[in-house]
Ligand binder design. Sequence first.
Ligand SMILES: *Cc1c(COP(=O)(O)O)cnc(C)c1O
Length: 361
Amino acid sequence: MNPFAPRIEISLSQIRENTQILSDLYLEKGISLMGVTKAVLGEPSIAKAMIEGGVQLIADSRIENILKMKNAGISIPFVLLRTPLSQAESIVENVDISLNTEIETIKRLSHHAKTQNKTHQVIIMVELGDLREGVMLCDLSQFIRETLSLPNIKIIGIGCNLACYGGIKPDDKNMRELSEQVDLLENEFQIDLEIISGGNSANYEWFKSSQNVGRVNNLRLGESILLGCETVGRKAIPGLHRSAFQLVAEVIESKKKPSLPSGEICQDAFGNVSSFLDRGIRKRAIIALGRQDVPVSSLKSIDPLRMIGSSSDHIILDGESHNLEVGDEVRFSLDYGGLLAVMTSPFVMKQFTDCNSQKAI
Ligand SMILES: *Cc1c(COP(=O)(O)O)cnc(C)c1O
């Protein structure tokens, strides 16, 4: 009998090798890496594979994921990627470094750090055109001045995030801007900024083409490590594994049916009114996987299969180009959105293929 489906098969050795190759590559120009675990719900064994592959820090956007990794015994420093607010107390207690853009939040962190008799480290994020999080350049100096005046807070670095909201490409111009800001701030305030975090998986092309990476000495990588691609054009990075994650679903019905529904056509389960092409009687298969598990557009079939429809719990495949029978399994690779959804779904079993351990999260 087949193992439980749907399941996501995860190769930890491929994730470790991807991390190793990227760590070596970026280190050639003096750039260290944070391994980003948010797309895999802070799965501790994936964080461990990243650490074995050479990352010095683990970064996640959710405190819950960080707690999960800490509880699993991971003792490397953690970075919170999303600026905190109401969770400030727990952040100070559990996280070493957080990314920040609001002085009110840093005041809260400072307050809790004082109460807990700790120093909390912050990376100040700078807005360089993508228009997600970041302090505007014209406000940066004042922002740093105020932050420096707060007790129990240490500015460990500055950073920026591109290619997320605005889809702005990291290039020599915005990266040089970041380096210039580092020099200006270090001079003005007589401080040393240790971490200059220039971005994420979208920084690959800039890195490859740049003769001089300036002061940038860190990147925060999730997708490149997990899926083996950069994220400006989703191109494969040479030498990396691209299918460390495979989603497997099972066929629960296989029958010949007309291609035109019969009866009066109304809205479907999601409020759309569909139109159909009469292609005669066709073989078709239903797999036990649906929109509650994954956005269907995120699925890339490893076999040439055509999806003809989907609802919350079912995906219908055209059956002419293959011979799927009940109980057969169908494999998909995933894009980033698909990985995020599948890893978050309580319905998909997580299976680690190269250490024989199975685990339902
Ligand atoms: C998610 C995230 C990353 C990682 O992005 P990838 O494209 O997966 O490499 C880096 N930095 C921040 C602030 C993030 O939120």
